[in-house]
Write a protein that binds this ligand. Structure first.
Ligand SMILES: Nc1ncnc2c1ncn2[C@@H]1O[C@H](COP(=O)(O)OP(=O)(O)OP(=O)(O)O)[C@@H](O)[C@H]1O
Ligand SMILES: [Mg+2]
Length: 282
């Protein structure tokens, strides 16, 4: 599978406001980012800095913003099967089984019933949920539900995949396995990936570039190139250096007041360094 120019993303001077308690809240401020076709970009940043909002705009779920987003040459005006999204919360239909939830994403796909069934089975196996095809979401653990959501995001084989903290509810072992699976799919299909995470280690492990965002209003603070060859070793000195470079992008200053969003949380890069967890705590 080769990459096509249409798989690139061009985010140009995007600013977004929401109304909060009647007052406008600047959520994104002049965000510009070019994602090359086939590139793997990861985004980290404090809670409330607009990461999910940015993914929603790229997905075409919202079009009320200033600036422009292009997928290849086309301005994004709507959702597309070519751009898959895995939401931060799994958003499964509670009245559908695992298999039916994944199949629901294929509703508009140009496949016959047998091909749909095959694609569903293949993707359920991919996320390690064989045997749970007929389970309902309330019979799954949080991590299992998240894996169903990942299967649903992948089943259409989108050219651009937007992932919003897809591994947040997974145990460390499953998380590491899913990261490698995602890399395998990415390498095989040459999909363009944009993945949001709170985990700096994950951002460096997966990304060609790590974008750090700053809050209030949400903006891009810095972009770190990760030139390490894959497979990457998390215990290498170069990996540690890059992790520190990303963490250095977050200062330890408390954001000004809780003006909606962020839940009064703060970045504790220092603490993250101290406990060696490399996960930003909010
Ligand atoms: N539909 C909405 N209406 C009003 N405000 C919103 C809406 N969606 C998001 N916001 C606000 O926009 C800001 C950014 O929210 P967003 O969900 O994009 O943050 P985030 O970076 O994804 O945070 P987290 O890391 O906690 O997921 C927050 O202040 C939030 O309150
Ligand atoms: Mg979010």
């Amino acid at each position: 599978m080769t990459t096509l120019a249409s798989d690139s993303l061009d985010i140009r001077h995007v600013s977004k406001r929401y109304a909060q308690r009647g007052a406008p809240l600047a959520v994104l401020d002049d965000v510009s980012l070019h994602v090359r076709a086939g590139e793997f970009v990861t985004i980290v940043g404090a809670s409330g800095c607009g990461k999910s909002t940015l993914l929603r705009l790229i997905a075409g779920l919202e079009t009320d913003y200033a600036g422009e987003i292009r997928a290849g040459d086309a301005v994004v005006r709507d959702t597309s099967l070519q751009r898959g999204i895995v939401f931060q919360d799994h958003r499964l239909f509670p009245w559908l089984t695992v298999a039916q939830n994944v199949e629901a994403a294929l509703r508009n796909a140009p496949l016959d019933a047998a091909a749909k069934r095959r694609a569903v089975a293949e993707h359920i196996a991919l996320v390690g949920l064989n045997g749970f095809e007929h389970a309902y979401p309330n019979q799954l653990s949080g991590g299992m539900a998240q894996r169903v959501a990942i299967a649903r995001g992948l089943v259409n084989r989108p050219r651009v995949l937007l992932l919003d903290e897809p591994f947040g509810a997974l145990d460390a072992q499953t998380r590491a396995r899913m990261q490698n699976e995602l890399l395998r799919i990415w390498e095989q299909e040459r999909i363009t990936m944009v993945l949001v995470t709170h985990d700096v280690d994950e951002a460096v492990y997966l990304g060609d570039r790590v974008v750090t965002m700053a809050p209030r209003p949400g903006r891009i603070e810095r972009i770190v190139d990760v030139t390490l060859p894959r497979p990457r070793r998390r215990d290498s000195a170069e990996f540690a250096r890059l992790r520190d470079t990303v963490l250095a992008g977050f200062d330890d200053r408390e954001p000004p007041g809780d003006t909606g969003g962020g839940n009064g949380t703060r970045i504790v890069a220092q603490d993250a360094r101290r406990i060696g967890a490399w996960r930003l705590a909010w």
